[in-house]
Design a binder for this molecule. Structure first.
Ligand SMILES: *[C@@H]1O[C@H](CO)[C@@H](O)[C@H](O)[C@H]1NC(C)=O
Ligand SMILES: *[C@@H]1O[C@H](CO)[C@@H](O)[C@H](O)[C@H]1NC(C)=O
Ligand SMILES: *[C@@H]1O[C@H](CO)[C@@H](O)[C@H](O)[C@H]1NC(C)=O
Ligand SMILES: *[C@@H]1O[C@H](CO)[C@@H](O)[C@H](O)[C@H]1NC(C)=O
Length: 609
């Protein structure tokens, strides 16, 4: 009886250990880069690489480390690539350089569907709803009014056929600049990690510290990639990232920019995720040859130096398992010897931009975007701007100028349709060496129907960030890993000579002509008040009982008057009051007048008596 059961158990154990031959691996990395003026940029990178093809239906039947909830969404909506970011705060490129994944304030979703999808717009809406449920965000508000198909700005980031990648027919891009990112978005995102937050770098997640930071961004990217460098087989890569910029100077008690894992996240690191094949902390120590202004403790496992194009980057690398074995804790810290140079402005990255609203009043307005380039060569860029339909853009006013000279540009413009699609403006032009290029156009504001205003109508309406895409020849301020892999340690073996950047500018807030929504409220208040008063007295009159009053009632009134005056009266006047009570009822008034006078010149009378 026991033997078959044991065999059965062994069989299942065997299935578990040898039969499933799990073909995915997981790595966790934390990248720390101290920025100028006491800010510290921390980027958590969790990468799951699964040796399977995203195009095969059977792939999504057995899961190991890849999250099933996400796999089912990818399968059901025929997704080839999915890129989601949820961000709070604005990344300042000028001061902070380029982040690993650039993201606009709010939520951004862009997806490449498989060519088998029949109705892309419907699938996009359904997918947005599914993703919104998965991450507790309001992505379900991504409808045709804020979705476009960018023509040049976005290309598949992973493996794709040339014919497929060339046309962006299967791609959809949508943003929600108003979306607020909070703990309820962090929790479902964290649940997709194989170790959740029970072990490894994710134990450093501290919602309090993240939401207190100047910038934080959650990212999720799925794409097909090459399984190895020969690229004979496909793999699926899931990259989850969390970026935080913390102002250590203002959060520390000492006012010094010293940082440590404990000061950044409120905790030491006690373990590595046991199923991670790699668990690493990297600190970017220098962009170029400058000496390090701070001292790192403990000593890193190794120091890696990489030449990326014209720049040398060096990183201190900590292999987490070798620090946290046998119950020890790891608290990587940077201590500054000299804090004098910290308040200086550093060199800004080669390309950065600033976008703002022009004009005044509520009828006309405009948008200008200044793009600064400090490169020594001509640099071509692609500019994408998506404007809501209620800003009616004058296409004729579109101008790209550099120091007063008009710059020739190539344009793809899809005008808006009221209540159904946004303006989609894509420009491609050259940035001249060491110059500032201005893109500008004007618009007029449309009237909305009164039901189309949000509850806080006077807050204004958001316009999503513009996206600037360029392939830079220099890696100054650049931190992203190469295209082949999202793992940050793949930077060490990088070999390319051009660096893709995608900058998101500020999102804008415009106010539209807004009706006086307080007016109906005032009318309601006034009407209610009038009605209440009228109804009250009518009700009183109709429900009142009229009773003929007896003399007794008058007597009562008299007593009242008497008691009123007796309170003011002196003890010396008590006889007069007795007299008044006994007096004839007809001369009450006269009597009370007398009493009043009497009480007024009371001291005199008191003297006389
Ligand atoms: C995935 O495939 C590549 C190439 O075939 C191989 O080198 C790698 O070890 C595989 N990974 C896993 C987890 O099986
Ligand atoms: C940049 O392009 C302009 C024309 O668009 C040309 O006149 C200029 O010489 C170019 N500069 C460099 C450095 O290539
Ligand atoms: C770097 O590039 C050269 C040629 O451009 C190539 O031969 C070499 O294999 C590359 N190395 C790596 C690590 O990719
Ligand atoms: C009606 O009004 C009189 C005085 O104005 C008040 O004394 C009386 O209580 C009221 N009756 C009702 C039913 O409210």
């Amino acid at each position: 009886m026991a033997a078959p059961m044991l065999r059965c158990l062994l069989f299942f154990l065997g299935m578990f250990f040898f039969g499933t031959n799990a073909s995915d691996e997981f790595s966790e990395e934390l990248f720390i880069k101290p920025l100028q003026k006491g800010y510290v940029y921390s980027h958590f990178q969790f990468t799951t690489k699964w040796n399977a093809s995203i195009h095969h239906q059977e792939t999504f039947q057995h899961y190991h480390l890849f999250p099933k909830a996400l796999g089912e969404v990818l399968l059901h909506y025929d997704v080839q690539e999915l890129h989601l970011s949820q961000t709070q705060g604005l990344w300042h490129h000028r001061q902070w350089g380029y982040p690993i994944h650039d993201a606009p304030p709010g939520a951004e979703l862009w997806v490449w569907f498989k060519p088998s999808v029949k109705d892309i717009d419907k699938t996009w809406t359904d997918l947005a709803n599914a993703v919104s449920g998965l991450f507790c965000s309001s992505l379900n508000f991504l409808d045709s009014k804020n979705t476009v198909t960018p023509r040049w700005s976005f290309r598949p980031q992973g493996l794709a056929h040339q014919g497929y990648a060339y046309r962006s027919y299967f791609m959809r891009y949508g943003t929600l600049p108003r979306e607020i990112v909070c703990t309820e978005n962090l929790t479902p995102w964290r649940k997709l990690l194989p170790c959740d937050s029970n072990a490894g770098l994710s134990t450093l997640f501290n919602a309090f510290h993240f939401h207190d930071a100047n910038y934080h961004s959650l990212g999720l990217h799925v794409r097909p990639i090459c399984a190895d460098s020969a690229c004979m087989e496909e793999a699926i890569e899931l990259s989850q990232s969390l970026s935080v910029v913390t102002d250590v100077v203002s959060t520390s008690n000492t006012g010094a920019p010293h940082w440590s894992l404990k000061s950044l996240f409120g905790n030491h690191l006690v373990s590595a995720c046991p199923i991670a094949s790699k668990s690493v902390i990297m600190v970017q120590t220098a962009n170029s040859q400058e000496p390090l202004p701070y001292r790192l403790t403990p000593e890193p496992t190794s120091v890696e130096e990489v030449i990326r194009g014209d720049q040398k980057h060096s990183f201190a690398v900590y292999q987490v398992p070798s620090f946290t074995h046998s119950g020890r804790v790891l608290n990587v810290a940077g201590t500054y010897n000299d804090v004098s140079g910290l308040q200086e402005d550093g060199t800004p990255p080669p390309i950065h931009a600033h976008r703002y609203i022009t004009g005044y009043g509520l009828s006309d307005g405009g948008i200008s975007c200044l793009i600064h380039s400090s490169l020594p060569v001509n640099q071509s860029i692609i500019y994408l701007d998506i404007l809501p339909w209620f800003t009616r853009v004058y296409f004729s006013s579109l101008e790209v100028s550099n120091n007063g000279h008009k710059v020739p540009f190539k344009v793809h413009y899809v005008p808006a349709k009221d209540r159904s699609r946004p303006h989609h403006l894509e420009l491609s032009f050259m940035l001249w060496p060491h110059s500032t290029t201005r893109v500008s156009f004007t618009f007029t504001r449309a009237f909305l129907k009164w039901t189309e205003y949000p509850p806080d109508a006077n807050h204004g309406f958001y316009i999503s960030s513009a996206v600037i895409t360029a392939l830079l020849p220099s890696s100054f301020g650049y931190t992203s890993p190469p295209q082949e892999s999202s793992q940050l340690s793949s930077i060490f073996s990088e070999n390319s000579t051009s660096y893709l950047i995608r900058i998101h500018t500020e999102s804008l807030l415009v106010s539209l002509p807004t009706p006086d929504f307080s007016m109906p409220y005032n009318v309601i208040c006034l009407a209610c008040t009038v009605l209440a008063i009228a109804f009250g007295s009518m009700h009183n009159l109709t429900t009142r009982r009229f009773i003929k009053e007896e003399a007794k009632a008058k007597r009562g009134l008299l007593t009242k008057v008497k008691s009123f005056f007796t309170r003011q009266k002196d003890a010396t006047l008590s006889e007069q009051a007795d007299a008044a009570e006994s007096a004839d009822q007809n001369d009450i008034k006269e009597k009370s007048k007398e009493k009043l006078e009497a009480s007024n010149d009371k001291p005199k009378e008191g003297d006389q008596s």
